[in-house]
Design a protein around this ligand. Structure first.
Ligand SMILES: NC(=O)c1ccc[n+]([C@@H]2O[C@H](COP(=O)([O-])OP(=O)(O)OC[C@H]3O[C@@H](n4cnc5c(N)ncnc54)[C@H](O)[C@@H]3O)[C@@H](O)[C@H]2O)c1
Length: 440
């Protein structure tokens, strides 16, 4: 370590110990807000920065909009003066650390869109100063930190590894999973230089039980993509096995329950109406895209992605078949989609398969409605919908209810009692035998 770098290191260490480190979190969504609040709870001075006026206003009113951050916790850190949020980026001037948690969607299928990252990086560059640590948490393709971010930051005239430090540390949270809040999930960290990794380890050790340093930012970027590729491939596989079992009249849910009693070598994945959210459907495609630049075609990623995209259409086909078996024509049926978010109890519609199911039904001229206690109104392209009431009267007016998301607060007994047919894509009626229930 050069003398200057040693100085930065010991200064950083002193500030961490004294809880004097100033942290800026750029992007206050599902990833950024829990992270910012976690550091503020530990006594650090945290400023959150976001370009979304509504989110900043909510924080100003001390109201949380993210399931993993209780409003009481947000309120407590704000009242203690440990957390504030801003639309502007000026807080970066005085911050020792800048952590980037902005979205990384797709431009089109198989094409990463890192424009949100680059826009945040250009702001950080304006305020970059000696000794500052910049960490990217957004999921992205291998090489982003070194090939895309570093040159922009270095165009400030400061040198990476000498004047400032740059690392990648993937966020691995699972929104709504109360068993694994931020602090219980080990943090993988890969710096552009060894010193950057060490500083980032010092930073994250304050909020997580375990920091896992790796040899480079590129490795850390790939770790996250491996994790989510593992998930998409296994979900795609179990979706295929579910379709296969249906043909063979075997209950896939019973099969999985029995298989998971094996204490090693098996991990349960469950079939569903498709996969949504801002991770699994798109993260593996970042890896697919980058691998292609090296002349490598990933057959597994392509197949798994095709498989999960096929599921909403498969659900509609199954509903059509069950109605036909009972003398009803899908195009003349009234269908209720129960649960429209991509995931149980999480108010996030991004890439939700329920939206695809509704669109497909609409395209087939079906009278489709939806119910979701978390989403009062819905806009899909040009279609505006309002959640129906879930009561005896309204349930009786539908020919079939599709259980597409399994929110805890929904009265499934009421649905069972008052519906004509149910297509249960989430196995909410586990162990219940009733002729009107059709399982995925
Ligand atoms: N949601 C998850 O479950 C999850 C889990 C692990 C990793 N990730 C990854 O973390 C990243 C963030 O995901 P998220 O779900 O928190 O997204 P999000 O959309 O909930 O939050 C991102 C926030 O960044 C803000 N933003 C966009 N551009 C900005 C800019 N230039 N400057 C400041 N703020 C800006 C947006 O307004 C938004 O509030 C993505 O790369 C995602 O793949 C997400």
């Amino acid at each position: 370590m050069s003398l200057r770098v040693t100085d930065y290191y010991s200064e950083f260490k002193k500030k961490v110990k004294a809880k004097e480190l100033k942290i800026a979190v750029v992007g206050l969504g599902y990833v950024g807000l829990p992270l910012a609040v976690e550091y503020a709870k530990k006594g650090f001075q945290v400023t959150g920065i976001d370009v979304d006026k509504d989110r900043i206003e909510n924080i100003g009113k001390k109201v949380s909009y993210i399931i993993d951050v209780p409003t009481s916790e947000l309120k407590a850190v704000i009242l203690k003066g440990k957390f504030k949020a801003d639309l502007g980026f000026e807080a970066l001037k005085k911050s020792d650390v800048a952590i980037i948690c902005v979205p990384t969607p797709l431009k089109r299928k198989y094409h990463p869109n890192i424009s949100y990252i680059m826009s945040a990086v250009r702001q950080i560059k304006k305020y970059l100063h000696p000794g500052q640590l910049v960490v990217l948490e957004s999921t992205t393709y291998p090489g982003t930190t070194e090939e895309a971010i570093m040159p922009v930051l270095e165009s400030s005239g400061l040198k990476c590894g000498k004047d400032f430090f740059l690392a990648f540390s993937p966020e691995r949270i699972d929104p709504g999973n109360m068993a694994y809040p931020v602090h219980k999930i080990p943090k993988v960290i890969g710096g552009i230089t060894r010193e950057a990794t060490e500083l980032a380890v010092l930073l994250y050790e304050n909020i997580v039980s375990k920091a896992v340093p790796v040899s480079s930012a590129r490795v850390a970027e790939t770790v996250k993509l491996l994790e989510n590729t593992f998930r998409i491939v296994n979900i795609g596989l179990i979706d295929e096995i579910a379709m296969m079992c249906h043909k063979m009249n075997i209950d896939i849910w019973e099969v999985i329950d029995a298989a998971k009693t094996k204490p090693f070598g098996f991990m349960p994945f469950y079939p569903g109406p498709g996969v949504g959210g801002h991770c699994i459907p798109k993260d593996p495609l970042y890896l697919f895209w980058k691998a292609k630049k090296f002349g490598f075609h990933s057959r597994f990623i392509k197949l798994a992605s095709d498989m999960i995209n096929h599921m909403p259409g498969y659900v509609v086909d199954r509903v059509s078949a069950l109605l036909k078996d009972n003398g009803l024509d899908l195009s003349r049926a009234r269908v209720l989609v129960a649960g429209v978010t991509y995931k149980k109890d999480v108010k996030d519609l991004r890439k939700s398969p329920s939206l695809d199911i509704i669109e497909i039904l609409k395209a087939r001229q079906v009278a489709v409605s939806y119910y979701d206690p978390l989403i009062p109104y819905l806009k899909i392209n040009h279609i505006n919908l309002e959640s129906v009431d879930l009561d005896k009267e309204s349930l009786k007016s539908f020919d079939c209810v599709i259980i597409a998301a399994d929110h805890t607060s929904v009265d499934y007994k009421l649905i069972l009692k008052n519906s004509r047919f149910i297509f249960d894509a989430r196995n909410v009626y586990k162990n219940i035998t009733d002729k009107k229930i059709y399982r995925l």
